[in-house]
Design a protein around this ligand. Structure first.
Ligand SMILES: COc1ccc(OC)c(-c2cc(C(C)=O)n3cccnc23)c1
Length: 121
């Protein structure tokens, strides 16, 4: 039978898409769904040199930009750390970033990932 285009996805891409969906569930307000807009975050692009958000991560998966799981995890951490850098502690965004980072890294531990097979190598 002919595989659908999605099923032809590289194993790493299919794994990363699954991990991304699980991480996005931890952002119910969708604060991290799209690039932060300078109009809502004054001076953001002066303070944050390397912006990152879930839609950009998704695009990088689709473009096969990630050569390893670690590169994917680095972008996830970058996204959360950007929010903790730009937003003051105690703000809704700083708190959301800390919670997302904490919950996300718990999903990305070797113990959680090992069952997904050796496609991480
Ligand atoms: C209030 O609704 C939204 C909607 C989308 C947002 O970013 C994609 C944000 C948002 C997300 C952020 C972050 C993640 O720093 N942010 C910072 C300052 C002002 N707004 C935001 C807020």
């Amino acid at each position: 039978c002919v595989l659908k285009a999605s099923q032809k996805r590289r194993p790493l891409s299919r794994l990363l898409e699954q991990l991304l969906r699980n991480l996005e569930k931890r952002d119910p307000n969708q604060f991290f769904a799209w690039p932060v807009n300078d109009n809502f975050a004054p001076g953001y692009s002066d303070i944050i040199r390397r912006p990152m958000d879930f839609s950009t991560i998704k695009q990088k998966i689709d473009d096969n930009d990630y050569k390893s799981l670690n590169c994917f995890i680095s972008d996830f951490k970058l996204m959360c750390n950007n929010a903790m850098k730009y937003n003051k502690p105690g703000t809704v965004y700083h708190k959301a970033a800390r919670r997302l980072l904490h919950a996300g890294l718990k999903q990305l531990t070797p113990q959680k990932l090992r069952p997904l097979g050796n496609m991480l190598t």
